[in-house]
Design a protein around this ligand. Structure first.
Ligand SMILES: [Zn+2]
Ligand SMILES: [Zn+2]
Length: 336
């Protein structure tokens, strides 16, 4: 089968992913094989191919926002049948036994494995996944519209939840890529005021289209103090900007998996019971809750499609903030 394979990480401009013909995986006990239709691009994919994340194995097929059709059932699979459409996210498996798994924080599991990092992901025509870490997708979303929900959406949902922002409060979004363009829709559904900090003109335009109350740069002064902020861009200096804009008792949430060093800061920036908190992965319950909410609102994802073999080029476009909304790789021609 065709797959975009990462053998040795390097800057995406040097095309670290290579189109390869690899053996089709087989579903083991409790697993299903998914015939991939499309796969969303995530900043974590960029951190994977460029080597910002330690790679547990190479070669590896990245990609963890997978939409596809079940085409093989392993022994004991009862949740899905052949032909079902499913989604596969970042959290690939947990041990189910560690202190985190036992306390409703399986996203922090000691031995969690992640799709496209520990095991081959969705930049390929097929992949294999455990039935209990796979989701049915609301029928109203086409394949390509559903793909960004699986990480950009789920992680954004968890970040918004961690921000503890309530109806009528003001939330700041720093960076406006795939995740923020979904979070703004959740926040507005919950009657929050949304303040967007981004430099890229395409991102500013999309933020306005989606109803941002204010759009500016990270160093601009918004008209009001914020109750909470979520930082999506991996730039540590934004932490100081966000803390400067949140009120006493305000929360600043870091949604990225990596970030450049956070500059030294004066204690007064965080004094006043301001809270700084990172988000790491998401639980299966987050995914279920978010998919139901996305269908109810309904969330509308803006997607830009790329061919599977253009994955390097697509990741480069994302790196330079040239994608409006979310980038998605079209893997199968049947994909909608
Ligand atoms: Zn992701
Ligand atoms: Zn665990």
């Amino acid at each position: 089968m065709r797959a975009m394979l990462l053998e040795s990480p390097r800057p995406v401009e040097q095309s670290p992913l290579r189109l390869a013909d690899i053996e089709e995986p087989q579903a083991g006990p409790g697993e299903i094989r998914v015939r991939v239709r499309c796969c969303g691009l995530c900043h974590t994919d960029l951190h994977t191919v460029e080597g910002d994340l330690a790679l547990p194995r190479t070669p590896i097929v990245p990609g963890h926002q997978i939409v596809g059709i079940v085409d093989q059932l392993g022994k004991g699979v009862t949740t899905f049948k052949r032909g079902d459409r499913v989604g596969v996210p970042w959290l690939y498996s947990t041990d189910g036994t560690c202190r985190y798994c036992r306390s409703a924080t399986e996203n922090l599991c000691q031995s969690a494995r992640f799709t496209g990092l520990h095991v081959n992901g969705g930049y390929a025509e097929a992949m294999v996944v455990r039935q209990d870490f796979t989701y049915s997708l609301p029928a109203q979303f086409t394949d390509s519209q559903a793909a960004p929900l699986l990480c950009a959406g789920v992680i954004g949902y968890r970040a918004l939840r961690m921000s503890e922002a309530k109806d009528g409060e003001r939330i700041g979004l720093f960076g406006f890529g795939a995740s923020a363009h979904i979070v703004i829709q959740l926040a507005r559904h919950l009657w929050m005021g949304v303040y967007v900090f981004t430099r890229a003109e395409t991102h500013r335009q999309l933020a306005r289209e989606l109803g941002a109350d204010w759009v500016g740069s990270a160093t601009d002064q918004p008209p009001d103090d914020l109750d909470a902020a979520i930082i999506f861009a991996p730039a540590g200096a934004l932490v100081l900007d966000a803390l400067r804009h949140v009120r006493k008792g305000g929360r600043v949430i870091l949604a990225g998996i990596t970030m450049s060093a956070i500059p030294e800061m004066d204690y007064s920036l965080i004094y006043g019971e301001r809270v700084l908190r990172s988000v790491a992965n998401a639980t299966r319950q987050d995914a279920r809750d978010f998919l139901a909410l996305a269908a109810k609102i309904p969330v509308r994802t803006e997607v830009q499609m790329f061919a599977l073999e253009d994955a390097n080029h697509a990741l480069e476009a994302m790196k330079h903030s040239r994608i409006k909304g979310a980038g998605v790789l079209q893997v199968s021609r049947e994909s909608l």
